[in-house]
Write a protein that binds this ligand. Sequence first.
Ligand code: TEU
Length: 550
Amino acid sequence: MKNWWKESIVYQVYPRSFKDSSGNGVGDIDGIIEKLDHIDSLGVDLIWICPIYRSPNADNGYDISDYRKINDEFGGNTAFERLLKAVHNRDMKLMMDLVANHSSDEHYWFQEAKKSKDNPYHDYYHWKEGLPDTPPNNWESVFNGSVWEWNEKTQEYYLHLFTQKQPDLNWENPTVRKEIYDIITFWLNKGVDGFRMDVISLISKRMEFTSVPETLPFIDVMEQYYSNGPRVHDFIKEMNKQVLSRYDIVTVGEGPGVNLTHGPKYVSAAEKELNMIFHFDHMTLDFGPEGKYDPIPIDWIYFKKIFSQWDKATANDGWNSIFLGNHDFSRIVSRFGNDNTYHDASAKLFATLLMTLRGTPYIYQGDEIGMTNIQHPSIEAYDDIETRNAWDAAEKEGKDMTQFLKAVHRQSRDNARTPMQWKATTYAGFSNSKPWIPVNPNHTEVNVDNQEKDPNSILNYYRKIIAFRKANTTLIYGSYQDLAPDHPHLYIYLREDEKTRFMVVHNLSDSTINWAPQDSKYKMVMGNYEKTQEGLLHPWESQVYRLDIA
Ligand code: TEU
């Protein structure tokens, strides 16, 4: 079935790092308004803005202390109303980030909940009795350390899958669910067009809280113990029925631990839950035996297989989200491509990939100019709580910290959080004063200004490939077939409907590969190299061919 959100292209804004209009070094809503021309010029339809609610910022807004208030540092509710109007005036839509698995510990609910066992808000969270030095089980938080934090007042532990400042909400409690639905309704009635739902796969807990085997890799702990709990689908169905289904909106759930078995259920049209889900199968490909900070090279055969399997799983029912980066992962061009010799080509290759697979494409701010990872000389320059905690844990375990710093360079979430590079000037045109997080020194070269002037820039290629996708519904709804699943570096696939067939080919390597379409009826219609050469693909070259059937 056709839907507007299947035809949309999404642009993700990380507000702290996008544009600072007030001059305090932190991005804000008026900054976003200032730069709407830029977003609009790409040809995108929908903006997803990371959390902007009131928050003590223990995890940059993913710890909300008031769900109905926009944080003053971003401009407050009136600035938000202005943004929403400005976005709608341009015929774009706006999606908010809903963080409902946990609140901030500074939220009124938690402030009350921790006071006593008979407080009306106590049951809004997960509590376990015990002794101060014996946590109820051995679960580890996503951000290291136990998931259990002791509360002296009630002599209990509370659960937090993320930091101790992010207590998990108890979705078993119908009053909590009602609170969340009311919050959603509040924003939808203001005219918001949808939600990205943070870690929605974690809302239903396995209430036995059984300890995990010590040797189980964290990625499996996530999948088998934290995610896809017994009532997750009931909860989402209820939310859909009571609120979401009453509006013409878009929903995308973030799904750590969501695999091919559970995934399709979240997005099946028949199940009436969510429109799309972000799974992380391709985003954890480079996690080694010891996890994220033990990176291994990308296995392209496996990479392709993941996209093919998910396409198949949702081919007849459901819909995919297509993304390669966001605020939680390193930069696309540094992680999957080559941010050095083939910066330009590989950035454009991944733009082509995003726009030619089946599913709604998500662009993360800065990727449209090929922003790269950053390498700080020491841990002090890193801000991210996840990176810092992982560092402390590694130090405690006696790891080789020179090696670990290299892993941080590669994997830290801060790679994606450096300020947007607008100009070559001081602070990259992001702010007039020192930004909350250091600017990448390569902003003098990699910036919007430079790329506006160059017709062949990554930025202008993004515009071109977005327009190309929009002009060809085959690329939206057409079937997908991988023609060379076993090739270690070539990704060749067909996108096809009754009228048109596209063949897309990508060279995922630093080497030239001999290749030509076997049928001369295929006409090349798009590509990321200005000069192509018959019979071969340059390093990181993408080519799109068309064959008219009817
Ligand atoms: O991310 C969920 C999540 O699973 C990530 O924390 C991921 O595991 C990690 O980044 C991998 O290194 C969401 C948000 O996108 C993230 O920014 C928040 O920190 C997190 O939820 C908690 O709300």
